[in-house]
Design a protein around this ligand. Structure first.
Ligand SMILES: Nc1ncnc2c1ncn2[C@@H]1O[C@H](COP(=O)(O)OP(=O)(O)OP(=O)(O)O)[C@@H](O)[C@H]1O
Length: 823
């Protein structure tokens, strides 16, 4: 049975979405945006938007849509305006001519031809006009948005809505306007010259809109609306796994990971798993996959155990047996008849993997319950991390044998290391396999399979399908013969709620949301939509509403002294360290207190500035100090001269740019060869031995901007295994935010707060270092093996300072009354 995706409803939703957006006035959107920014700068609250704040729960579908739909449209507006800003430097008007037009259901479908439109893709939003316009140019009299419906090499088919502008979302009533009327002859008559500007792609947000509007037909609709647990699972409904697999899971997962896996086996329909930094989210997902792919209903197990004591009922007919299986196993309901057959010993081929040693799956007759899983993540990189882990380690079967399951990775931009299981590669493999048989087939008169049907069969055969959230609405999924039993969404707290709904529209019986709402959320372009709660993920909303969360508590990444602060500040002291973490994260540079594990350097003379007058910030003094510290670290510990070992992180893009530039100027080498310099957002999910964190903000009277976002702070300070070295203005940060105040206080209490004055290189003079030596470093660890291949000149321009008198130095071990807080 084909998956019923309520095609007609979906189409109606898309049409509504496009009608509204295509009717908008681009110039008015730009003006509105300027006005909103102006109001924001003046600190005015925008009360005219008519938006509703996102809530923890909704009374019904209408309430839900009435809240989310306007927020989503607000976000579309911001993406459109941002599209212009992003491309500002190379805003390029293209020329095109009309070569035909049709009109269906109130939409115009002009066909255009252009010689300079290579960058245009399907689902792009374009602006069409009778003339180019921009700074200092006169405004056009005819202009309108157009959506790229179909992109062919020589022609582009567009969709436009020229009947008037939609003023009211609820009624969809339109108001005629001259600019749209003036467009009509331009697109309906042939050989008219048009000026075309690419604005942005609408493909992701359009899919989110359709999923949002389809919420009434999604699985677990009531749970999603109410944020309350709706099902009470019983032992009888739970799924069990074999003893060998259970033993494996128990010996390779800690208690909180096992609790999360067992919550899945209990067949709870919605399972939330919170994974703080380094707590083994990916390991848990892999364990979960082994468990759910090889589980059987509990009652099968218990019946087996009782066979000798329970009176046997009458022998059932084959039809009755199938009927019973059907009831016991919801996975089997209404699926492809082929899947209802008892699996035979051995399986029919396997997908190639990246050349690992693992065997392909062999399904034997004891495996009657075949579950299909869709694994999604908001980004390609997060997705490929799991794919790669599966390719490297495989999963376990009921006999605790590691094997490569049949998997396929759908979508664009797959990382090269997972190409072997990407859909495009698998299709090519099948085609080339068929090419060798083509002669035979043609002789037999059989038709060659087209790519679409090959895709369909690869999808149907895969037990685990990987896709980004957005791509899970791709038309390729409509080829599925049966839906998914389980959907697992990784990094679920980094997705706006409508995008989490997208994979659910393929149908499923159980959902796992894995993520951490205390790390960075989804990027929402519209600050207004963000303020109204559009950036709150479904994970976070359910958690706020009191929905139970399985929290992974044991961390394997950070030195306990690094773990201590975020655990207290963000996780109610719940985090604990895995066995041996302390020994594994102790490093030779810990011999000096100023090199970790967790220090704060107060650059009290530092000045913040905004090079472009607004937006991103930088702090030249912090850059100078960071480079001095970097130089000292790599001079003494050359194993740190590696971008895989050492990170320099900052919340601000300008600071990152400046750090990279100064690094090149100072050391004569491109920074990316020897150190990883990036924004906090670019570091989520990654780890290094040492992380230097430059906070930038250093004003006596202003706030600290988005540095105050505790999620950004949490990510920034939890990337390091052995040392996190925070560089900032203690007084500004203390005044700017409670969490930062606690961080600086914590450093002070641990004698790890250093007030640093210019010249910065003196801070790292031998005399000072000697004063900062840790007296007894038990079991000094060996330096980890060096893995870098580019040398940073250690005799660079950073000069060892002359000896200074200790009393001139007021680093933090002056104690609580050290008087380093100048304000
Ligand atoms: N139960 C466990 N026992 C021992 N080591 C573990 C366990 N679980 C995870 N680890 C180790 O902890 C590290 C982090 O695990 P993993 O990569 O699965 O974490 P993650 O949560 O996906 O990471 P991130 O926080 O960066 O998203 C890995 O080195 C992994 O081997």
């Amino acid at each position: 049975m084909a998956v019923d995706k309520n095609k007609l409803d979906e189409e109606a939703c898309s049409l509504r979405f496009y009608k509204i957006i295509l009717s908008w006035d681009y110039l008015r959107l730009l003006k509105e945006s300027d006005r909103k920014n102006h109001k924001k700068d003046k600190g005015d609250d925008d009360t005219t938007t008519g938006l509703k704040k996102a809530k923890n729960s909704y009374k019904d579908v209408e309430d839900y849509i009435a809240t989310f739909e306007p927020l989503l449209f607000e976000e579309v507006k911001a993406q459109i305006v941002q599209g212009k800003k992003d491309d500002e430097e190379d805003t390029q008007w293209m020329k095109a001519v009309t070569v035909g037009c049709s009109e269906i259901d109130g939409f115009h479908f002009p066909m255009i031809s252009s010689s300079d439109a290579e960058s245009i893709s399907q689902n792009d939003l374009l602006l069409l006009s009778n003339k180019e316009f921009g700074e200092g140019k006169r405004l056009p009299t005819a202009y309108a948005f157009a959506l790229v419906e179909d992109r062919r090499p020589d022609k582009i088919r567009l969709r436009m809505y020229l009947s008037g502008e939609v003023k009211q979302l609820s009624t969809e009533e339109t108001e005629a306007c001259p600019r749209l009327l003036n467009m009509r002859p331009l697109v309906t008559e042939n050989a008219k010259l048009l000026h075309v500007l690419k604005i942005c792609s609408l493909s992701t947000i359009a899919r989110e809109y359709v999923a949002l509007r389809s919420v009434s037909s999604l699985p677990f609709k009531d749970l999603i609306l109410s944020a309350a647990e709706s099902n009470h699972t019983t032992e009888d409904h739970a799924w069990k796994i074999s003893r060998p697999l259970k033993d494996f899971l128990e010996s390779n997962h800690n208690k909180s990971q096992l609790d999360a896996i067992n919550a899945g086996l209990s067949r709870k329909t919605f399972v939330l798993i919170q994974g703080p930094p380094g707590t083994g989210k990916t390991q848990t997902i892999l364990g979960l996959l082994s468990a759910i792919l090889h589980a059987t209903p509990a009652r099968v197990h218990s019946n087996r155990g009782n066979l000798s004591v329970v009176k046997r009922g009458p022998e059932l007919s084959m039809a009755d047996k199938y009927n019973h299986w059907g009831k016991a196993s919801p996975w089997l309901a209404g699926i492809n008849p082929l899947d209802q057959e008892m699996p035979i010993d051995g399986d029919d081929g396997f997908f190639p993997t990246s050349g690992n040693e693992l065997k392909p799956e062999v399904v034997n007759s004891s495996r009657k319950y075949r579950v299909r899983v869709l694994v999604c993540a908001p980004s390609n990189s997060a997705l490929d991390e799991i794919v790669l882990r599966i390719l490297n380690t495989g999963i376990r079967d009921e006999n605790d044998r590691a094997y490569s399951p049949k998997i396929v990775r759908i979508g664009l931009k797959a990382h090269h290391s997972v190409q072997a299981v990407s859909m495009d590669y698998l299709v090519e493999q099948r085609l080339s396999g068929m090419d060798s048989q083509t002669g035979d087939r043609q002789k037999q008169g059989g038709p060659l399979k087209d790519k679409d049907s090959i895709r369909g069969s690869i999808l149907d055969e895969a037990v685990i399908v990987f896709s980004t959230l957005s791509f899970s609405a791709s038309p390729v999924f409509s080829k599925l013969n049966r839906g998914f039993d389980v959907v697992i969404i990784d990094e679920a707290a980094q997705a706006v709620e409508p995008s989490t709904l997208v994979p659910l529209s393929n149908g499923c019986k159980q959902v796992f949301l894995v993520g951490d709402p205390v790390q960075l959320p989804a990027t929402v372009i519209s600050p207004i939509a963000g303020n109204f709660g559009y950036c709150i993920s479904l994970f976070e909303r359910l958690q706020r509403g009191g929905y139970p969360v399985q929290m992974l508590k044991t961390q394997y990444r950070m030195h306990p002294e690094i773990r201590n602060f975020p655990s207290r500040e963000f996780y109610k002291e719940a985090l604990e360290d895995g066995p041996d973490v302390e020994e594994q994260t102790r490093r030779s540079w810990h011999e000096y207190r100023c090199f970790g594990p967790f220090c704060f350097f107060d650059i009290h003379e530092g000045k913040e500035s905004q090079p472009s007058g607004s937006g991103s910030w930088q702090n030249v003094d912090e850059v100078e100090f960071v480079l001095a510290m970097y130089h000292k670290l790599v001079s003494r510990y050359p194993e740190l001269k590696s971008s895989s070992r050492l990170a320099i992180i900052s919340p601000y893009r300008h600071q990152v740019k400046l750090l990279r530039q100064k690094f090149r100027e100072t050391f004569g080498v491109e920074s990316d060869k020897v150190v990883d310099i990036n924004t906090v957002d670019g570091f989520q999910g990654r780890e290094k031995d040492v992380a230097i964190f430059s906070c930038v903000r250093a004003s006596k009277d202003k706030g600290i901007g988005f540095v105050a976002d505790f999620r950004r702070m949490n990510v920034g300070i939890t990337r390091a295994r052995s040392s996190v070295l925070v560089v900032g203005s203690a007084s500004t940060l203390r005044r700017g935010d409670k969490h930062w105040q606690n961080l600086v206080d914590s450093a002070e209490q641990r004698n790890a707060l250093y007030k640093v004055s210019k010249p910065y290189d003196e801070f790292f003079s031998q005399e000072n270092l000697t004063l900062m030596e840790v007296e007894a470093m038990h079991d000094k660890p060996e330096a980890p093996p060096e893995d870098m291949d580019v040398e940073v000149p250690v005799d660079g321009p950073v000069v060892e300072a002359d000896p200074v008198q200790p009393e001139e130095n007021d680093w933090g071990d002056a104690g609580e009354d050290g008087g380093y807080d100048e304000d």
